[in-house]
Design a protein. Structure first.
Length: 582
């Protein structure tokens, strides 16, 4: 069982307890448990099997949570969750997937109107019954209609999984395949290799001269729940985490062509085949062939496939048929940003707000990653659920950062901690701290955390007003989306990008796998307007720094280069930008 699945169970328990009106400290303990498990770099299942006591050494996991992790790993579920669900109608948790509906509002709907699922809520909205509940009126009903429609559209789409869930299966499965002599190479292709934000089925490609042995190795993997199909050169299995993995076994001289073909995208491959045909070649998963003689002229490696049709190799993230073939033909493909280009992280939280590690621990973890700087950006006071800081606590936090920088300086460490904050953008576009407090910060990261259902024009104006204040350096997770759960709020991104350019404000690409916000499309829009992008992790623990790979690859899909990324700049240049010096 994956850590993300265990974390989801704890999140459900926290929500159910909150709907019941349980003690807030108990609710918070399960939320922290979910965050702790999802942040673990080691499999909880592995720890339970090898050294389960070590679970209690992880912040946020005490004896009670430890026992429940063991129960979940061994049974696949939690008796407490089952017990809580018995007290509510089926579908109560689905209410929380509606934007604008949290546990408290779900509890209100249930207690006052008997609403226990999305269908009940939709019916109540259509019948105008929400007005019977104090504090809820016509505007709430309009917003909920829009949110329910968005939820229906997400639920009605083909089943897809977050990239992070898919990636958690990749390395272990590849190692399993490569541990036998008959398998020479094993690569995952498809949308996973292109780093799309969600994936459907996974595509594995294996080079082997013993097809049967490779197939047997594939279906014998310990995480396989069901063998869906098995043939002479291909097979398909469904894993315990519900992902389907399709295998294709190929010979050495076919591997490059097969990898190119099964990586896709479909539109990229169609454009490549059309180009090949005009040049007298035929491309398929077996190789590149001369139309005239039928002779195979390339296919052992991907580079050769592209070279045969007059193109340099195209990075997988770019293969969406949005200009990459023309750029390759002219030698004008971007030199994409890489993880090693990132010099620091400008969005994170410590135990001062809702993080799991101290200021010192976060700094030490960043130093170990080879970073030159970080910005500590605790939540402002409006975000009460995240233990946001008022001005008094903020100044205390800033003093601690000053003290740490003094210690680092004495040690001659080439590392600096910037004083920042994640400041809430209020409904009217004003900021959650007064100007004098903001003036004490090196880095002001502003974000929307409420009123997601505002009309498009109002939301756009709200964000632009924050940008125009002259007090903001970065707009965090600019569209507010949570992949598969909450759609982006309505806004005119082009207007926001233009305002950011005018007022020297950067836009964040939040690397948290549920966000990846900015999207790849919006990254490209920012690049076209010359607006720098910050690739940050929004880390709530030292383990979250590893999520930078998701942000970087999303940036690569958006054609971003090192020069387009603000936190790929050295500290001196970063400080100049933050001081509104360009």
């Amino acid at each position: 069982m994956e850590n993300s699945e265990i974390a989801a169970i704890f999140e459900d328990i926290a929500h159910l307890l909150e709907i019941r009106g349980e003690n807030p400290f108990r609710v918070r303990s399960y939320k922290r448990a979910a965050e702790a498990v999802s942040s673990m770099t080691v499999s909880a299942e592995k720890l339970v099997g090898e050294d389960e006591k070590s679970l209690e050494e992880i912040p946020g996991i005490g004896k009670s949570i430890h026992e429940k992790i063991v129960e979940i790993v061994r049974t696949g579920d939690c008796s407490l969750k089952k017990e809580l669900l018995e007290k509510f109608p089926d579908g109560i948790l689905d209410l929380l997937k509606i934007s604008g509906v949290g546990p408290k509002k779900a509890a209100l709907f249930y207690e006052k109107l008997g609403i226990g699922n999305v269908d009940d809520l939709e019916k109540a909205v259509n019948e105008g019954r929400l007005g019977d509940v104090a504090g809820l009126g016509e505007k709430t009903e309009i917003n909920l209609k829009r949110a329910i429609a968005a939820y229906r559209s997400i639920q009605g789409s083909s089943l897809r999984y977050k990239l992070s869930l898919a990636m958690s299966s990749v390395d272990k499965y590849s190692k399993h395949m490569l541990s036998v002599k008959s398998v020479k190479r094993a690569e995952f292709a498809g949308s996973l290799r292109r780093w799309k934000e969600t994936v459907g089925d996974l595509d594995m490609l294996v080079e082997s001269n013993d097809h049967e042995a490779a197939l047997e190795r594939f279906v014998s993997y310990g995480e396989v729940a069901e063998v869906v199909q098995r043939g002479e050169k291909k097979a398909a299995v469904r894993l315990k985490n519900r992902l389907q993995v399709d295998l294709r076994v190929v010979d050495k001289d076919e591997f490059g062509a097969a990898l190119q073909y099964f990586t896709g995208s479909k539109s990229h491959n169609v454009a490549l085949r059309d180009r090949a045909k005009r040049m007298g070649f035929k491309i398929n998963e077996y190789g590149v062939f001369s139309e005239k003689t039928g002779k195979k002229v390339a296919g052992a490696d991907e580079k050769g496939v592209y070279e045969k049709v007059g193109l340099c190799w195209i990075e997988p993230e770019l293969r969406e048929d949005i200009g990459e073939i023309a750029a390759a033909e002219k030698g004008k493909l971007p030199k994409l940003v890489d993880v090693d280009d990132i010099q620091g992280d400008l969005h994170m939280h410590t135990t001062e707000s809702d993080g799991h590690n101290s200021l010192e621990q976060m700094a030490e973890a960043a130093i170990k990653r080879g970073y030159s700087y970080i910005a500590i950006t605790e939540h402002s006071k409006a975000v009460g659920i995240a233990h946001g800081l008022d001005e008094t606590r903020l100044r205390k936090s800033l003093k601690a950062i000053d003290n740490l920088n003094e210690k680092l300086k004495k040690k001659k460490a080439k590392f600096f901690v910037l004083k920042g904050a994640e400041v809430d953008i209020r409904h009217d576009g004003s900021l959650d701290y007064e100007e004098d407090a903001l003036g004490e910060l090196d880095c002001v990261v502003a974000a929307v955390h409420s009123s997601f259902n505002m009309p498009k024009a109002e939301m756009t104006e709200r964000i632009i007003r924050a940008i125009e204040s002259g007090l903001v350096n970065i707009i965090a997770h600019p569209t507010g989306r949570l992949i598969g759960y909450r759609p982006p709020y309505e806004m005119d991104m082009e207007k926001v990008v233009k305002a950011a350019k005018t007022h020297n404000v950067a836009l964040e690409l939040n690397s948290f796998p549920e966000r990846l916000d900015l999207s790849d499309v919006h990254c490209r829009l920012a690049k076209e307007h010359g607006v720098p992008v910050v690739i940050s992790t929004d880390a709530h623990s030292e383990h979250d720094f590893a999520n930078i790979v998701y942000g970087v690859h999303t940036a690569r899909r958006g054609w971003l280069e090192k020069n387009d990324v603000l936190n790929a700049r050295p500290l001196v240049e970063l400080k100049k930008f933050l001081a509104k010096g360009g």
